[in-house]
Design a protein around this ligand. Sequence first.
Ligand code: FES
Length: 331
Amino acid sequence: MTVMETTRLLGFLEERSQVDWLRALDELGPTIHPVDRDATRIWFAFWPLELRDALAGSPDPKEPMKIARLMDLEGNWRLEEQIDSAVSFLYGAHFWTRVKNSVLGEADATSGSLAPTIRSIAQKVGAAERIDPSLVLGIAAVGLMLFRQVGFERLERSKDTSAAPPLLPRDPAKVLAGRDRKSSDGLFTFLKGVNRKWDVRWEEKRTDGVFRAINGQDIAMAGGDTGSDYRHLDYRRPAGPVPVECRVGSCGYCWVGLLAGRENLTSMTSFERERLRYFGYDTVNAPDDANPLIRLACQAQCQGDVTLTISPWNGELERRHDQGRKKLGTA
Ligand code: FES
């Protein structure tokens, strides 16, 4: 790819807003394989353009942390440091090296809209890997958005590396069966009634990535009951595998994406919906969906088994960004 072609592809992508990307996902959604259909939208919620634009627009280059502080960002919000780990919860991560290379070589495939460009990458990767392109359609969209956010040089530097292990099973049917697996309380499950316990798979790639929730218990509280400290994975996890601070919907630490079983959580309240909007986490949630993809773990109570994935960062994306820019005199 020549520098001019690279600029052309990036220029094409830079003209697309977050809304354009979400429209493309809506258009492609039915043709993305079920194993990655929700995972793809969750990735776009975890890595919205607004986050990248807020950080790139930091008014004081000598103090890049200033805008991060104003947005109360915690965890690791730098996508450029996580090119190969931020995609690992997608099934398509098996083909990540090929996807990156295909994105880097795709300058001439821009056709005026996003969906055909994404489809073109998926078809090329599918043909090269001899797989159904639907299996890589989601990660092709992720690859293009990641290119848009980290730029050519960073993606080029990582072009030979694979997605960070562990990855999901290679057989997509096995992944879907794992998400469908029903928990059991043993021989007397049928006698437990409201005292039943459910499986919360917080990291489906790990054999120990599951904890139990009492019927009606919220995800964050149930994770805390494990009595384990997960700060070796992420300093925001002092009590269980889910990041928490307030446990009452105030801090925004505990946002998660539901890969399966979202209908097994209590319906979202207007309070939780408002909090998600305040933090700017609600970009992929349908406005009236009572059981959307993105939830606050401290507000969602278990009434069945769920499989989730955890965002590596939290913060106040919308409001604090605006306030911060006003404070810094750049709004
Ligand atoms: S732990 Fe603070 S919002 Fe859930």
